[in-house]
Design a protein. Structure first.
Length: 244
């Protein structure tokens, strides 16, 4: 069973289009036009085109593309800010706010025409949030927190080890690092995730991390998964990701 997956996008529409082009080339090479594409979340923040990313993915789903789009912690923070800009996500570090450039919310609002959000009064910014289309809000809020297919579980951040999938809570699915990242046990399926940025997509045996730092100027990783094996898609074709 073949599935394509794309790591954390973070407002980089050109990189997302490039990822889809790599998938189109692999589909042509293997003759499979049916395998779905899973986007593991963090569509927004840091990059310059969060609004464009959402519009692109919405449009694809509307025309019938088999695209699964998961919610990441940055997507949740964005939705939370729109609901109440004066209250931060309870898992965000107390040292920063959503609009802080380190988090990247300012760039997301900029993509909707709301400029200099971090340096202006929050009440002023709150009065301008009507510029963000209700359709974008509703669509983003409707996306699932995880997706299963074959021998893989796709999720933004990871799983709480030892807890059945149906009993996992959203805080962990969207935010967890330890103990998930340090747990070597098999989770019953290959966990394909992002959230924790590393230098390159890496297969650890029990999990596959796709967040190669697109939000920090590095490439957006795109993979094809067959069973529990995975290959990175490159302009030259597939590059095997050996199990660690």
């Amino acid at each position: 069973m073949r599935t394509y997956a794309i790591g954390d996008i973070h407002g980089h529409l050109a990189k997302l289009r490039g990822a889809h082009a790599l998938i189109a080339a692999d589909r042509a090479a293997c003759g499979d036009q049916e395998a779905p594409i899973v986007h593991v979340g963090d569509l927004v923040d840091r990059g310059p085109e969060s609004a464009g990313v959402i519009d692109y993915l919405m449009s694809g789903q509307t025309r019938g593309e088999d695209w699964i789009v998961l919610r990441g912690n940055h997507d949740r923070m964005f939705l939370g800010f729109l609901d109440d800009p004066f209250t931060e996500d309870h898992l965000l570090s107390s040292e920063v706010s959503y609009l802080n450039p380190r988090v990247g919310g300012e760039a997301t609002l900029e993509s909707y025409g709301i400029a200099d959000a971090f340096s202006r009064p929050l009440a002023e910014i709150a009065s301008e949030l009507g510029a963000i289309p209700r359709a974008h809000r509703d669509w983003l809020a409707s996306q699932p927190a995880y997706f299963t297919r074959g021998e893989a579980i796709f999720v933004h951040a990871g799983l709480r080890p030892g807890i059945p999938l149906e009993d996992q809570v959203e805080d962990d699915l969207l935010w967890i690092r330890k103990p998930f990242l340090t747990d070597p046990r098999d989770h019953g399926a290959l966990v394909v995730h992002g959230h924790t940025n590393i230098e390159a997509a890496t297969h650890y045996g029990n999990r596959l991390n796709l967040d190669s730092g697109a939000g920090y100027g590095r490439p957006l990783s795109t993979v094809v998964i067959e069973g529990r094996d995975a290959w990175l898609l490159t302009p030259e074709g597939r590059a095997e990701l050996p199990r660690g």
